[in-house]
Design a protein around this ligand. Structure first.
Ligand code: SAH
Ligand code: SF4
Length: 440
């Protein structure tokens, strides 16, 4: 096999998009391409895109523009643009006009057709293919890379929820769950290759297996994954609050490897806005779920996603979101300004909020949450926590870093030989973004 060709894969977006990018790198590896980070010597550049917010799209469009100069310097390099941005209704033609230097366009549903398309591109053809629906069901390309401590595993694809602001159901199709046997098999293979922590991925993992008969749900899957030998930790994202069952909370409470961390996006603390968002829960219901988690798992970490400036959001609505931060006690929150996505219901709503108001609200929300997060970390001072050692700290290579079961980042002095294993760390300081401690 020819193996002197090089591929650079640029991955944007959520973990699912990242996993797709890994799949693409693996497909090209099988065609003789070596993964690389150096654009100048690349034979193929893949940009796997995200379109969840305009800011992501602008960044990617900037990158695609830069690649035009690369192509001018090296006319042999092939450029492929894949994923969510290309899959958006009516996007392809617009993108093609804007970036005629691109050799291949493909969407989310024909990911597994990439090999055939690439072979045509290698022959000098320009190709563009976007399927409206997934044709092959749930094919998974196992990754060959060995020694990776952590891995993302898709358990389902697509989304049925149609939150009114969100483009995801429009570019990822309807919900499809992978068979439990296939998921378990993939994790076993990863573990045999050295993986110790998996994150199970779905837009709404709580509705995993809804179509299965006999009944088998996400909690059942977690119980089975928990049994896999040599696996140390199991994480999962994302839990939609409307489908978070008592059974799931109990399963996490009783599990051995199941990490006590729930990413439970609230999006807004106002019932009026939640209804306009089509989230299908109220703030009261959400808080009752939080209470149940705290009751069964007192040390659980809770994180969230929040959007400010959704159409029609008044100061009062926003204040209810702020109030939520002091009630739910999140260890971390991912906060976003509402971004209008064409094709979604919210894009057509009246009373879009001006940018300066959105910016002000975001600043305020972030300052309230930063204080909350700091308090969360300060409460951990003095505690002994279990840390999976990941490697040298990015900010200080003299130290090691790893994560708690609650997904908090911990930095500590330690032995390089402990990388990949569990250590107990006594927390003695709460840094601005991390915990600092000492191995015991
Ligand atoms: N399936 C996950 C989220 C996927 S998108 C869930 O339901 O929680 C990740 C986050 O991006 C969302 O939780 C939301 O907070 C944010 N987001 C999605 N669409 C957005 C938009 N149009 N503008 C701003 N933020 C958005
Ligand atoms: Fe988007 Fe809502 Fe589906 Fe999450 S649940 S992907 S926010 S539509």
């Amino acid at each position: 096999m020819e193996n002197n060709k090089k591929v650079v894969t640029l991955a944007y977006g959520c973990q699912m998009s990242e996993r797709d990018a890994e799949t693409l790198t693996e497909i090209t590896r099988r065609l003789g391409y070596l993964p690389s980070d150096d654009l100048e010597t690349a034979d193929l550049v893949i940009v796997n895109t995200c379109c969840v917010r305009e800011s992501a799209e602008n960044k990617i469009l900037g990158k695609i523009g830069e690649l035009k100069k690369l192509k001018e310097r090296n006319s042999n390099v092939k450029i492929a643009i894949t994923g969510c941005m290309v899959q958006q209704p009516d996007a392809l033609e617009r993108l093609q006009k804007r970036a005629p230097h691109v050799d291949m366009w493909s969407g989310t549903h024909n990911l597994h057709d990439f090999s055939a398309l690439l072979q045509r591109v290698e022959q000098g053809e320009k190709v563009a293919e976007v399927w409206q629906e997934p044709k092959t069901i749930l094919e998974v390309t196992p990754l060959a890379e060995k020694g990776k401590l952590q891995a993302n595993v898709n358990i389902m694809y697509g989304c049925n929820n149609f939150c009114s602001y969100c483009i995801v159901p429009h570019v990822r199709g309807r919900e499809r769950s992978r068979k439990p046997e296939e998921i378990l098999q993939e994790i076993e293979t990863l573990v045999n290759n050295g993986c110790r922590e998996v994150t199970l991925l779905g837009q709404n993992v709580n509705s995993y297996g809804k179509e299965f008969s006999p009944a088998y749900d996400f909690a059942d899957l977690l119980q089975q994954v928990d049994q896999i030998a040599f696996l140390i930790r199991v994480r999962f994202i994302t839990s939609h609050p409307k489908d978070l069952s008592d059974k799931l909370i109990e399963t996490v409470a009783n599990g051995e490897k199941l990490c006590e961390h729930f990413h439970l996006p609230i999006q807004s603390g106002s019932n009026f806005i939640l209804e306009c968002m089509n989230r299908k829960y109220t703030r009261e219901y959400y808080l009752s779920r939080v209470q149940k988690i705290r009751e069964l798992i007192p040390n659980a970490s809770l994180t969230t996603d929040i959007i400010v400036g959704f159409p029609g959001e008044s100061e009062k609505d926003f204040e209810q979101t702020l109030a939520m931060m002091n009630q739910a006690h999140y260890s971390q929150a991912f906060t976003f300004m509402y971004s209008k996505r064409s094709g979604t219901l919210a894009a057509k709503m009246e009373d879009q909020i001006p940018l300066d108001v959105k910016k002000r609200r975001l600043q305020k929300l972030m300052s309230v949450q930063n204080q909350e997060s700091l308090e969360w970390r300060q409460n951990m001072i003095g505690k002994l926590v279990e840390v999976l050692v990941e490697g040298p700290s990015k900010t200080n290579p003299q130290r090691l870093s790893g994560r708690t079961r609650g997904n908090e980042l911990v930095v500590f002095n330690g032995n390089l030989e402990t990388i990949g294993s569990l250590v107990n760390v006594r927390i003695n300081e709460a840094g601005s973004w991390t915990l600092i401690g000492k191995v015991e």
